[in-house]
Design a protein around this ligand. Structure first.
Ligand SMILES: *Cc1c(COP(=O)(O)O)cnc(C)c1O
Length: 423
């Protein structure tokens, strides 16, 4: 029996949640993360993952190496973006070696890859009007600078972009950019079908995997994907601002060139010659000097994921989100909540979005008065992120229980209505 059925068919008691935890094959990985406040229920690991003790150790080792070796450390550090990229590809992305780099930020990688496609091919850019802001802003900037049309998909806010709509929008386009898992609703796009639809219309597809990497069993090679980017500080737990990754399918390496002609992407980097010639292979998508300590953290987290197995992680994410959906239906809907996430487990990632007209104040009350940490997303969503490596079923139960108690007491009604800068 899968987790989904175990949850939906269960008695939905706290004891049942504890029983699911006892049968959890990933339970032992919880010890590899740091829990300062044992009472705090942290359901915001989809924004910033918890501290991984493996990542902490790897960063400390890098500092020792730096201390011992100083500049000679670069003999080994120089290849780290490729090595970590290969491990990420294998552990999290379903990508064979030589196609993934761990480097820069998601925003910068998006700019590099989208810019590379627009330099190589004519036509419009297709984006999702409901996508994460940085994606929309970067694409608007590139479209403006290159005099390209920017077509915005208007998808259903819960279900996200669908293959048919992408096929229509992609006609005559150079590039389609979409999030695999929507940052607000948690909707999981059909990567295989959408990629095929866009490619049939003549466009390349760039997937943003920020909310998929480490949460969903991504299969870039098998899906025939062209390009992807994503971060490592959400479900991969490599720390605030840890280096991101990019993927370029091998068949596109020769055609595409990064618009950032940095020296780390140069064919013969240390000849330091007068002209720029991009390196062969994935290395041409590097920019400058890689952040070695951050990459050590990404390496440690990718290794942990390889050990846990993305299949097991995905199965547990389905179970955790199924429990959250069940609890919503039975205990939260009567309090005025609606589910902002697809009900089909095959169509959602590892977070659940709860919508409520008073979402902002409820979210603040949860943080300040119930020691439950989710986040708020405009205009009316509370995101409950459930990273499988360290989240227990009983955490989902307790978070819901505290939420019901707080609503019953009207605690949220005493919270100020204004929004803070970072939530
Ligand atoms: C978190 C997130 C980003 C973050 O980009 P940064 O460059 O790391 O700030 C980008 N896209 C999506 C969809 C995200 O969820």
């Amino acid at each position: 029996m899968g987790y989904g059925e175990a949850v939906a068919g269960g008695p939905l008691t706290r004891a049942h949640a504890l029983e699911l935890d006892r049968g959890d094959p990933l339970a032992r990985f919880r010890d590899r993360f740091e829990f300062g406040d044992a009472d705090r229920i942290y359901v915001d690991g989809n924004s910033l993952g918890r501290v991984s003790t493996d990542a902490r150790r790897a960063m400390e080792e890098t500092v020792n190496e730096w201390s011992g070796r100083l500049v000679t450390g670069w003999h080994d550090w120089i290849d780290v973006p490729q090595k970590v990229g290969d491990l990420l590809g294998q552990a999290a992305l379903g990508a064979g070696p030589g196609q993934v780099l761990a480097c820069d930020s998601t925003t910068v990688n998006l700019y590099k890859l989208a810019g590379a496609v627009l330099a190589a091919r004519p036509g419009a850019v297709v984006a999702d009007g409901d996508d994460f802001p940085t994606d929309r802003y970067v694409l608007a900037g590139l479209a403006d600078a290159g005099g390209r049309e920017l077509r915005m998909l208007r998808s259903d806010r819960v279900a996200g972009p669908q293959p048919d709509a992408v096929a229509v929008a992609a006609a005559g386009a150079a590039l389609v950019v979409l999030s695999h898992v929507n940052y607000r609703s948690g909707a999981l796009a059909d990567m295989r079908a959408i990629t095929a639809a866009a490619q049939a219309a003549g466009a390349l597809v760039l997937w943003d995997l920020c909310h998929s990497a480490g949460a969903v069993d991504v299969e870039l090679d098998a899906a025939g994907a062209d390009l992807a980017v994503g971060c490592t500080y959400k479900y991969l737990n490599a720390g605030p601002g840890s280096p991101a990754f990019l993927y370029v399918a091998r068949r596109h390496h020769d055609e595409l060139r990064s618009p950032i002609q940095g020296w780390f992407s140069q064919a013969d980097q240390f000849a330091m010659g007068p002209g720029y010639r991009p390196a062969a292979g994935i290395g041409r998508f590097m920019a400058g000097t890689p952040p070695v300590a951050g990459l050590a953290a990404v390496h440690a987290c990718a290794a942990l994921l390889a050990e846990a197995g993305i299949g097991a992680v995905r199965r547990k994410a389905v179970g955790l989100t199924a429990l959250a959906v069940e609890l919503h239906d039975r205990r939260l809907e009567p309090l005025g909540f609606t589910l902002g996430t697809p009900r089909d487990p095959a169509r959602r990632g590892a977070h659940v979005s709860l919508r409520h007209p008073d979402a902002w104040r409820i979210c603040q009350a949860l943080i300040e008065h119930a020691n439950v940490v989710p986040d708020f997303r405009h205009p009316d969503s509370i995101r409950i992120g459930l990273p499988p490596a360290y989240t227990r079923f009983v955490d989902v139960w307790d978070a819901c229980d505290r939420l019901v108690a707080l609503m019953g007491a009207g605690t949220h009604l005493r919270m100020p209505a204004a929004a803070a800068r970072v939530t």
